[in-house]
Design a protein around this ligand. Structure first.
Ligand SMILES: Cc1cc2nc3c(=O)[nH]c(=O)nc-3n(C[C@H](O)[C@H](O)[C@H](O)COP(=O)(O)O)c2cc1C
Length: 335
């Protein structure tokens, strides 16, 4: 399935594939997030099957020593011809990490300080020869890591924290930061980045649900909502609550909203192709967002439909606002 999704995404001209990193599910009748792949192995499998798509995978600093991670990431970047990037997360819920016995005392309070040191070690190894590092968490003695990544100075960095520490981390290190679409949120990322003398692109997630008519799409959405796996939802909320982070108050109330479907799927955009293109164009123009991660109910079928039917309409609407979306490459040669 991942192969099919990658092929379609590449053929219709999307820019990247993005894999989350999950280490436990949240039960319920659907077994929510129960079966999830390890994203870096998946990216290295997909890399030789694609030629243009960028491949982003999620990585948690607590699970990989930076010298090991630097080498894995550099390897995949080389295999993919410089198309690899990482989404650095410090733990959607700590329960995921606690089950492995890897969470140090007090980690919840210094997650991003740890991640900051971790990425600084990797940047050092990616750009320098033998080097020494003395930090609070890592000590490297005349350490070397070759080959260097093909991407210069190093692979793209994405982050998705909601807390002030998370946004400060993005301002220092990330090329892309996930946000909701509220203007204040977008402005905050740009403001923090400006304070660091950097630019960070803002991206968001949206779940697309097409129908033959607006009514048909709305009806399908309502049916999905009626089937909501409340047990899995409550398990997830409980996991957030036990971490007791400020950022989770917002996320818990988001999860309880009447139009939420899935978690991490993003804002639902629902309708017939013309309506969907129109809604997307308005959201893009009004928010000034730099990129969108799309999610679907049926990734293979819906992604193909989006790429061939909705995307051309969306591009035409965006062109009126001088927003140019690159064209799809010439069709793949028949095997
Ligand atoms: C689009 C998106 C993807 C994310 N992917 C993951 C993931 O794969 N694994 C994970 O542990 N957390 C993931 N997160 C959670 C964030 O990294 C972050 O922990 C969360 O937004 C809470 O913010 P905070 O860390 O600043 O408290 C994701 C968040 C977003 C918005």
């Amino acid at each position: 399935m991942h192969r099919d999704i990658a092929m379609i995404a590449e053929d219709v001209g999307l820019d990247y594939l993005f894999w989350m990193g999950k280490w436990m599910g949240f039960g319920g009748a659907t077994g929510f997030w129960q079966n999830t792949i390890e994203p870096m192995s998946m990216a290295s499998a997909i890399a030789p099957l694609t030629s243009r798509l960028k491949l982003f995978t999620t990585i948690n600093p607590l699970l990989f020593h930076p010298a090991v991670a630097a080498k894995i990431i550099s390897t995949i970047d080389n295999i993919s011809g410089g198309r690899f990037g990482i989404n650095i997360v410090t733990g959607n819920t700590l329960e995921e990490l606690e089950q492995m016995g890897v969470v140090p005392e007090g980690y919840g309070d210094y997650r991003y300080e740890y991640a900051d040191e971790w990425i600084r070690v990797m940047k050092m190894l990616w750009t320098q020869g033998r080097s020494t590092f003395e930090g609070r968490f890592f000590k490297l003695d005349n350490c070397v890591s070759d080959p260097k990544p093909l991407s210069k100075p190093y692979p793209g960095i994405v982050s998705a924290g909601l807390s002030s520490e998370g946004l400060r981390f993005a301002a220092k290190h990330s090329d892309y930061q996930f946000v909701g679409l509220r203007p204040a949120e977008v402005a905050r990322v740009r403001e923090f980045a400006a304070e660091e003398g950097r630019t960070v692109k803002v991206v968001t997630s949206m779940m697309l649900l097409h129908g033959e008519s607006d009514a048909a799409a709305e009806q399908e959405f309502a049916a999905i909502r009626d089937d909501l796996d409340t047990e899995a939802l409550e398990n997830l909320i409980h996991s957030f609550e036990r971490d007791n982070r400020d950022s989770y108050k917002d996320r818990t109330s988001y999860l309880r909203q009447p139009n939420t479907v899935g978690f991490g799927s993003g804002m639902p955009v629902i309708g017939a192709p013309d309506t969907m293109a129109q809604k997307l164009a308005e959201l893009i123009v009004e928010s000034g967002i730099d990129g969108i991660q799309f999610t679907f109910v049926d990734f293979v079928k819906d992604l193909k439909f989006f790429g061939t039917v909705v995307l051309p309409k969306l591009k035409a609407l965006l062109a009126r606002h001088d927003i140019v979306v690159a064209d799809a490459p010439a069709a793949r040669a028949a095997a």
